[in-house]
Design a protein around this ligand. Structure first.
Ligand code: ZN
Length: 502
């Protein structure tokens, strides 16, 4: 591409343009944008010589580009041949599938054919930049699909891009989000190369121009966020985005601000360029590609569970709080990494009885409610602390709540020392061991409340009695030790242990 630039805007304020903000993940990828890789790519591109269509040099460059993508791990590589003026050449198309919108494409393109010289600037610079973007994004998930396209035949009149639009874009009704063209961004040796031209569509058809202006503003913002370059906006002209533009697609592009006097001559070589500038343009292009394709690192999830949590993939069960990673495969076949910030609430409802007071073991729970096991686990009004001293003899438990999790302790029998215990002779319990029936003879005491509990304090059965003799059916109780608790109407209490033996 060779042309005069008409500057249509002044320099823009950076970092705030278009409301875009710095994405730390994009920044971490751009930080790996490698100067040595760019330099090596430029040197190799130059070494092939003059890459005019029909030459061995362009065939060698074509094979080199394919080999580079293969070395990066790409497998969806298409060498799409076409013929004009009696020569056959090829566009190289590399597809990276999007995770959310696999059928909508961000095209990042630049031509690799040259004219009269090795074309290290026009367009080894764009070629080197696109290769490095592709290297860095190989393992980065993007919502949109990306096609990296290295067009041929550009210098002979946009032959490759026109062929691609005619034979792929139009027949397949290809859904293109944006075409991002990078052509001649090498800078000029000896000049201060600190500005990049962002190109927008100002030609016909007109209906896609506003969208191009929006996306070019986004490109401007990306330059400010991910490189140290200044920007200016100009119009798109005479490069591979034009056949797309004429087809109604939304385009944008990069072109150097200091225009090289060497394009399309044998002096278009690295020595006349500014490779540090190419590196900065590449960083901006990498950030913009991630922005357009909506690259993402991982999805963060806040989760809370009682006792344990099964990961979304089903592959893990976690039983303690922490930050975990899980990987799920999306419909597009992308491995989507999830970061799970997990809170596990474990309720410890153990208690200790000391004298007449019950203490909880876990004093860090959210809330406590003490209950009367002998009264259907009814809450005891005002008893919500980490310890409990009952005012009457009986069986008591505590309901412990942490987060959404709750558990109830075992019942603990508390016998208050200021209440008289009846001598055993007064109330007789038999037989002992018992198997199916338990008989109680209570003499003059004819009105009382009784409870049978196991050794852990769990209440098995309970009832009221209004005569001196009764028989309790214990046929459903298992063999073991049990307590019979009797509370008389006057508050006096009696307790004995008995054995069930089946
Ligand atoms: Zn060019």
């Amino acid at each position: 591409m060779l042309r005069s630039i008409l500057l249509v805007t002044s320099f823009l304020a950076l970092f705030t343009a278009n409301g875009q903000t710095y994405d730390p993940f994009f920044g971490s990828v751009v930080a790996n944008y490698n100067y040595d890789s760019i330099l090596a790519n430029l040197n190799q591109f130059e070494a092939f010589g003059v890459k005019e269509v029909g030459t061995t040099a362009i065939s060698n460059a074509q094979n080199w580009i394919v080999d580079k993508y293969t070395s990066y791990g790409y497998t969806n590589i298409t060498v799409d041949s076409f013929t004009y003026f009696g020569n056959t050449t090829a566009n190289i198309i590399i597809e990276k599938q999007g995770c959310q919108y696999p059928n909508t494409y961000v095209i990042v393109d630049g031509h690799y054919d040259t004219k009269n010289g090795p074309g290290t600037n026009d367009n080894g610079s764009g070629t080197a930049i696109i290769l490095e973007i592709a290297r860095l994004l190989k393992e980065v998930d993007t919502k949109y699909s990306i096609r990296f396209i290295h067009f041929s035949g550009e210098e002979d009149g946009l032959k490759g891009s026109q062929d691609y639009v005619n034979t792929v874009v139009i027949p397949q009704s290809m859904d293109i989000k944006v075409v991002f063209n990078i052509d001649e961004v090498g800078g000029v040796d000896g000049m201060i190369n600190n500005t990049i031209v962002c190109e927008r569509d100002e030609g016909t058809p007109l209906f896609n121009n506003a969208q191009s202006a929006v996306i070019t503003d986004e490109l401007v913002a990306c330059v400010g966020l991910y490189s140290n370059l200044n920007t200016t906006i100009s119009f798109a002209y005479a490069s591979d985005y034009m056949p797309f533009e004429e087809n109604g697609e939304i385009i944008t592009g990069f072109y150097e601000y200091n225009e090289s006097p060497y394009a399309h001559t044998s002096s278009d070589i690295l020595a006349n360029m500014d490779p540090a500038y190419v590196h900065e343009v590449g960083k901006a292009a990498c950030g913009a590609t991630m922005h357009f394709a909506e690259a993402y690192d991982m999805t963060s999830i806040l989760a809370e569970a009682c006792d344990s949590y099964i990961s979304p993939s089903g592959n893990y069960t976690w039983t303690s709080s922490g930050v975990y990673n899980d990987t799920v495969t999306t419909i597009a076949g992308c491995d989507s990494i999830l970061e799970i910030d997990l809170t596990i609430n474990t309720v410890d409802a153990s208690v200790t009885l000391i004298d007449s007071t019950i203490f909880v073991s876990n004093t860090n729970a959210d809330s406590y409610q003490w209950v009367d096991c002998d009264n259907g686990y009814a809450p005891i009004s005002g008893a919500t602390g980490t310890q409990f001293t009952p005012t009457y003899t009986g069986n008591f438990a505590v309901i412990v709540t942490t987060g959404s999790c709750t558990d109830t302790s075992a019942c603990n029998y508390v016998q208050l020392s200021n209440i008289n215990t009846l001598p055993e002779e007064v109330i007789q319990v038999y037989p002992n061991p018992a198997s199916n029936e338990l008989h109680i003879f209570s003499g003059n005491y004819t009105e009382y409340h009784w409870t049978i509990s196991d050794v852990s304090g769990k209440v098995i059965s309970t009832g009221e009695q209004f005569s001196s003799e009764q028989t309790i059916n214990i046929s459903r109780m298992r063999s073991g030790f049990y307590y019979l608790n009797i509370r008389l109407v006057n508050g006096q209490h009696y307790r004995t242990r008995f054995v069930v033996n089946k």
